[in-house]
Design a binder for this molecule. Structure first.
Ligand code: FPP
Length: 240
């Protein structure tokens, strides 16, 4: 990695290619997901080393619920196991752990583990690791619009004028409220699309695509992404 790299505040990753990685080795798709956990750990370590403040990972989309039952159950069991096993890593590395997404669809067992890990790490001040679970961009937008509408109706019911909706207020209704928008989005496995992910939040995010399959994604691949990010000229629609 170059010496003068610009470190993004928030990096988000679409972890893709677990199934293909397993197939190449003649294994079950879950074998790919299990090996993907190693890349999650290594990416967290790298983010801590580089002083990245937020690392968010697209672990399971709303659409992923329609995968075969066996894969969904295996992935959820892997989440429970990972949250339990990584608590010590979070403690040692001052990592704040958060899970964002459609909580109502998660099992009580997984929610319990998530809530414990979130409470235990709430005071940590280093990296914030955000796992996007049962999350989709369109779901987030519809959910935010419904919640604003409910609050506006409630205000009218009390005889008050509802607050004027602007970009900042709308952002506060998204489930990523309080988290800065991603500076850099990395997607592995050669696919070049956003797949219903953080549709509002990625308005000015820089995209980096790599052919590396997620279970093979190492610190050196993350470093390549930061190098590419450092060379981008971010103008936000303005002229420099
Ligand atoms: C996409 O690959 C990957 C997923 C849907 C799951 C990602 C989950 C993990 C890496 C498990 C651990 C996560 C945490 C945060 C502990 P794919 O199955 O779509 O692969 P394919 O496109 O090759 O079929």
């Amino acid at each position: 990695m170059s010496e003068n790299v610009t470190v993004p505040v928030h990096v988000t990753i679409i972890m893709d290619g677990n199934g293909r990685w397993a197939r190449q080795r003649g294994g079950e798709r879950l074998m790919g997901h299990r090996n993907g956990v190693k890349s999650v750990r290594e990416s967290c370590e790298f983010a801590v080393e580089k002083g990245i403040k937020y690392l968010s990972l697209y672990a399971f989309s709303e659409e992923n619920w329609s995968r075969p039952k066996e894969e969904v159950e295996g992935l959820m069991a892997l989440m429970v196991k990972s949250v339990l096993e990584e608590r010590e890593t979070f403690r040692k590395n001052n990592i704040r752990f958060r899970v964002i997404g459609h909580r109502e669809r998660l099992s009580p067992e997984l929610l319990e583990k998530i809530d414990e890990a979130q409470a235990e790490t709430a005071g940590n001040t280093g990296l914030t690791l955000i796992v996007m679970l049962s999350y989709s961009g369109k779901w987030d937008l519809v959910n935010a619009a419904s919640r604003y509408a409910a609050d506006a109706c409630e205000a009218v019911r009390r005889g008050e004028t509802p607050p004027q909706l602007d970009e900042a207020l709308f952002s506060s209704y998204l489930c990523t409220a309080g988290i800065p928008d991603p500076d850099l989005l990395i997607r592995t496995s050669g696919e070049q699309r956003i797949s219903n992910y953080m549709l509002w939040q990625c308005a000015y995010t820089e995209f980096y695509f790599t052919d590396v399959l997620w279970p093979d994604f190492r610190k050196s691949d993350f470093a390549d992404a930061l190098d590419a990010f450092s060379k981008r000229d971010r103008r936000y629609g303005k002229i420099k």
